[in-house]
Design a protein around this ligand. Structure first.
Ligand code: GLA
Length: 388
């Protein structure tokens, strides 16, 4: 039985025997451009070929019942379309619930309940956007089941809104955008200010993307993510005393250096420095990749990690150890943390003939230094959220 047939069968066991529809949304990995999205800068992410599956069936009443194969211990969660409030006991269920709420608040006619079975193969809490992936599965499914005809970018924005307003994480738009708009073998250069974007070829021939999971769990909610946002907003406010700008993403490195004295708090100044330099690095990185200069791309990845470690301070022992070990292996072009940080994954570009040794060496040394194992995945770049 393939995965789809298995999921249909599971749905019958958990809910009922009926005709179901299946939707999928990938996870994402970011090549470069970290913590730039909410600073009006650029990001360079891609959708992965693994993600979240949702098996859907509308009901005749207004009940929504959710079940995840990944959290079978939580059983079936149930609520009605009239009671779409955040409930901490509903755990992951708050993601689809939040999306339904935002769709309804926007006036879309969701007039029937649903039974939904989820299954995801994104390692959860690893910084590969399992939460945005659930949100997008819910969004594309609502769009089709209720014939809403919403375009993908509007759904991306509504999913970000669910995360910001319903879940309470003030994330930028990168994850939802990459997951909604991803394309096979393409990275997306996205200007988060204007939402202008461009696909770049990611067919790296003899080089692969390796994603390594520190296995240090990270919850965005508990983390300092919202804090970083506040620090950057404070810095921007002070810069505005002298500069006519709306976001840190509008500054060049030189403009920042000339005006950084306006930022009174030294921590805020470091955060803003990262946001400005990382944005410029992202633009350079997408350019050198297009020119086929992968070596320079790798160099920019290294610089990105150093900036995230020293100025943005979102790496930590596990990510730093992993990146350091990775950069010491033969055949490695570049390596950095990916996602929000505070744990989660690194992304490395590795020559194909060095992959086995890379995994063996890094795996062994990471275990020696940290005391638990890292996991490794070959990052295949796939298409965005869709019905299967
Ligand atoms: C998380 C957020 C994104 C982005 C990254 C950091 O993944 O959801 O919006 O800010 O962190 O680049």
């Amino acid at each position: 039985m393939n995965l789809i047939e298995t999921l249909r069968k599971d749905f019958e066991v958990i809910f009922s025997k009926c005709d179901t529809r299946i939707f999928f949304a990938p996870g994402r990995v970011n090549l470069i451009g970290e913590h730039t999205d909410y600073n009006g800068g650029h990001v360079f992410p891609a959708a992965l070929d693994f993600g979240t599956y949702g098996v859907f069936k509308e009901r005749e009443d207004n009940k929504v019942r959710l079940y995840s194969k990944n959290f079978s211990n939580l059983g079936i969660m149930e609520f009605t379309l009239e009671d779409l409030t955040y409930n901490k006991h509903h755990d992951w269920g708050n993601y689809p619930k939040g999306v339904i709420k935002i769709f309804k608040d926007k006036g879309y006619n969701i007039n029937k309940g649903m039974d939904i079975l989820f299954y995801g193969n994104i390692p959860n809490g690893a910084g590969l956007s399992s939460s945005a992936s659930i949100e997008l599965v819910a969004a594309v499914a609502l769009n089709k089941l209720f014939n809403l005809n919403i375009d993908m970018i509007s759904m991306v924005k509504m999913c970000q809104m669910a995360e910001n307003d319903f879940i309470g994480v003030k994330c930028g738009i990168m994850d939802q955008f990459a997951i909604g708009m991803g394309k096979k073998n393409r990275a997306i250069l996205l200007d988060c200010n204007s939402l202008k974007y461009k696909y770049c070829n990611l067919d790296l021939k003899d080089i692969s993307i390796i994603i390594s999971n520190t296995n240090k769990r990270r919850g965005l909610n508990e983390s300092k993510y919202n804090n970083r946002r506040d620090e950057c907003e404070r810095a921007l406010l002070e810069l505005k005393n002298n500069l006519n700008i709306n976001s840190l993403g509008e500054l060049t490195e030189e403009e920042f250096e000339e005006n950084k004295h306006l930022i009174t708090n030294s921590i805020d100044r470091k955060r803003a420095k990262h946001a400005v330099y990382e944005n410029r690095r992202t633009l350079k990185a997408s350019k050198v990749l297009e020119e086929g200069n992968i070596k320079e791309f790798g160099k920019l990845m290294k610089e990105s990690h150093i900036s995230l470690r020293n100025d943005y301070e979102v790496t930590g022992k596990e990510l730093d150890t992993l990146v350091e070990l990775e950069l010491n292996q033969d055949g490695v072009i570049g390596s950095r943390m990916t996602g929000a940080g505070f744990g989660g994954c690194t992304i490395s570009l590795v020559k194909n003939d060095g992959i086995d040794k890379f995994i063996e060496n890094v795996g062994m040394k990471y275990f020696e230094k940290i005391g638990y194992h890292a996991n490794f995945y070959i990052g295949k770049i796939g298409d965005g959220a869709r019905e299967l």
